[in-house]
Write a protein that binds this ligand. Structure first.
Ligand SMILES: [Zn+2]
Length: 304
């Protein structure tokens, strides 16, 4: 059996320590990660960071106490403008990145080099019912895991250890978190964190969850729960693109269609292509916005 076959792909596994109040999560993505990464040709450093952020979103969304989704964004002011990963309480995810595609990006450039100074880390919670919530802090840390741990240390009381890794084939993560409202002595937490830190990125990417947990925590009593499948899912739709066009307004949309014949919107996450022609936008706005725009354009040309 090859090592690749030993890894159960696209699964989220929860575990609990019976001898101390700590819970854990492990995620390994393969097909899902390859699907996310196949949408664009990502430079190496962006590719790795995006894989790690996708795993981070899946780990954090699995702790949601409501139905809905969680979005993690890393916003930069350098070559890299934005990394965004979204995961739902139903264990689906999507992710994408925006960067200056005209820039020359060396394989040795780090995430920090790419983001530049003054970046932000943004976490958004969107319950399917009720109000959204957003938290934002300045970026600090040299990796996605460090940025996330710094964010959590500033915003949450629960001590959390996170390790993330991604390569072309896999994107994986391990999370340990103290249970709420239960005391744990500092030594036990320090020991579990120190054990976790002995894990290499390669082991995190390639070991199956049972082997990985045994390798780290065989001196502890662990309960490992049945894994949950993780899937890629994009929430884009023709109706949402229509809502966006309505927000732009009849004049702008009418002029664009009068000049180009149609409007085309491509989803950044899944590359779905939505085309709205003259009949589509007129029916969307409930009035002949294209004819109005054509008349205005003609009148403007007469005035020149
Ligand atoms: Zn989409």
């Amino acid at each position: 059996m090859t090592e690749n076959k030993m890894v159960q792909a696209d699964q989220l596994t929860r575990f609990m320590f019976d001898d101390c109040p700590v819970r854990g999560l492990h995620v390994n993505l393969q097909q899902v990660w390859r699907h996310v990464a196949a949408n664009k040709v990502y430079p190496k450093a962006i590719h790795q960071a995006l894989g790690e952020l996708t795993v981070a979103a899946v780990l954090l969304a699995s702790n949601l106490k409501f139905d809905g989704n969680l979005i993690v964004q890393v916003q930069g002011k350098g070559i890299l403008k934005m990394l965004v990963a979204e995961a739902t309480s139903a264990a689906t995810c999507r992710a994408t990145a925006r960067w200056d595609e005209s820039a020359v990006i060396d394989d040795n450039m780090t995430l920090v080099d790419l983001l530049g100074e003054g970046g932000m880390f943004v976490l958004t919670l969107q319950p399917s019912q009720g109000e959204s919530w957003q938290g934002m802090v300045e970026l600090s840390g040299s990796s996605i895991a460090q940025m996330l741990m710094n964010y959590m240390a500033r915003s949450e009381q629960l001590a959390t250890y996170i390790m993330l890794a991604a390569d072309d084939e896999h994107a994986s993560g391990l999370l340990l978190q103290k249970l709420p409202e239960q005391d744990i002595d500092e030594d036990s937490w320090t020991e579990l964190s120190a054990l976790s830190e002995t894990l290499t990125a390669d082991e995190l990417l390639r070991l199956d969850v049972q082997t990985l947990l045994y390798r780290l925590f065989h001196e502890h009593e662990l309960r490992v729960f049945t894994p949950q499948n993780v899937e890629f899912s994009c929430t884009c739709s023709r109706a949402k693109v229509g809502d966006m066009l309505l927000l732009l307004g009849g004049q702008e949309v009418g002029e664009a269609v009068a000049e180009q014949g149609s409007i085309e919107v491509n989803c950044d996450f899944c590359h779905a292509r939505y085309v709205f022609d003259e009949a589509d936008v007129n029916s969307l706005f409930g009035t002949d916005i294209v004819a109005t725009a054509q008349e205005e354009l003609a009148a403007r040309q007469l005035n020149h």
